[in-house]
Design a protein around this ligand. Structure first.
Ligand code: ACO
Length: 165
């Protein structure tokens, strides 16, 4: 199992994985317009942390880092159907947190969680209480009808994953 983070950088293998991830999102998030999913996954200001198993993508998180504001917005998150409830979603989020803190310099994540995913986000340390000052995020992220607005504050020191020795 590998956890790799890429954006649309023109590298063939990365494109293949991003298209695979886009297909997982389209299937797992049936209420999202497919064109909207493609647009954000392929948009160069978004990045995707992906789980690669036997060189196939089995899940991922697409997010937009607002580096100047030091927060990221999670747009989509899904694990392919036959790999759910194996702990992959938790490991994926931990890899995202580590990468966002150490490589992007972010301190928080915001997301509009689907109602059926609110429980998952709670378990990953997200809350409905938004502690970031409004002027840090207002005007940066789009208002979205439906879904629960949630925040996660990243710990400045906690090791979220076991780093290779
Ligand atoms: N509601 C409540 N708890 C959940 C849910 C849920 N929908 N999904 C998983 N959990 C729990 C698990 O029981 C587990 O609890 P435990 O640690 O006490 O055992 C914990 O959350 C983590 O489970 P994982 O196995 O790590 O989660 P999984 O790999 O199945 O991934 C995910 C979770 C990504 C939500 C997956 O179920 C999925 O792809 N769902 C469909 C797509 C979806 O809803 N995506 C989120 C939409 S919101 C958005 O994209 C911003």
């Amino acid at each position: 199992l590998k956890f790799l983070c890429y954006s649309n950088d023109g590298v063939d293998q990365h494109m293949i994985w991003l298209i695979g991830l886009k297909n997982i999102f389209a299937r797992q998030l049936p209420n999202m317009p497919k064109e909207y999913i493609v647009r954000l996954v392929m948009d160069r200001s978004h990045k995707s942390m992906m789980i690669i198993k036997n060189s196939q993508v089995v899940g991922g998180i697409t997010y937009r880092p607002y580096v100047s504001q030091r927060f990221g917005e999670i747009a989509f998150l899904a694990i392919t159907a036959d790999e759910q409830v194996k702990g992959y979603g938790t490991r994926l989020m931990n890899h995202l947190k580590q990468h966002a803190r150490d490589d992007d310099g972010l301190t928080h994540f915001l997301t509009y969680a689907d109602n059926n995913a609110v429980g998952y986000f709670f378990k990953q340390g997200f809350t409905k209480e938004i502690t970031m000052e409004k002027d840090r995020w207002q005007g940066y992220i789009k208002d979205y009808d439906g879904g629960t607005f949630m925040e996660c504050q990243l710990d400045s020191k906690l090791p979220y994953i076991d780093l290779p020795a």
